[in-house]
Design a binder for this molecule. Structure first.
Ligand code: SF4
Length: 145
């Protein structure tokens, strides 16, 4: 059972209204049971939606209260929605017994190695990934396939 970023499976749930369908991901998951999840849409955010950057740190820092998630252009704070989406993703993983997640790299929610902070790509993880890892769920990047 694998928790997977829904956009990688072809769901048009990205901020820009597109999907990020990956044939490599689909092939890797061909014999697995998957739980598709889009934390941002699960939290009630619309499609499309303004792009969001982390500021002050990465996902771990957000949970520690040292960083926030804000709309890149308008500066509106979306931290609460992103945290709610992360909690819903964790709930789905726990309900279905998933101990592994395969998530989309560079997303402020799903990134597992690199995320945008204040417009710059840097090492770190997104808000959902940080919560899943804190609960001992292994998070892999689509870029590792
Ligand atoms: S939040 Fe995750 S699943 Fe949703 S569009 Fe962004 S990368 Fe894909």
């Amino acid at each position: 059972m694998v928790l997977v970023s829904a956009c990688l499976l072809g769901e048009a749930c990205r901020y820009d209204g597109r999907s990020q369908r990956s044939e490599r991901v689909l092939a890797a998951l061909a014999d697995k049971d998957v739980i598709p999840v889009c934390p941002e849409v699960a939290s009630g955010l619309p499609v499309p939606r303004p792009p969001v950057d982390l500021r002050g740190g990465t996902g771990v820092d957000v949970w520690a209260g040292r960083a926030v998630a804000v709309e890149r252009a308008a500066g509106i704070d979306r931290t609460e929605a992103f945290q709610q989406g992360a909690r819903l993703a964790l709930e789905a993983a726990q309900r279905f017994g998933a101990t592994v997640a395969l998530l989309k790299e560079k997303s402020p929610s799903c990134g597992s190695q690199r995320v945008y902070e204040s417009g710059q790509l840097r090492a770190g993880e997104g808000i959902t990934t940080a919560l899943l890892r804190a609960k001992d769920i292994t998070v892999l990047s689509d870029e590792d396939l």
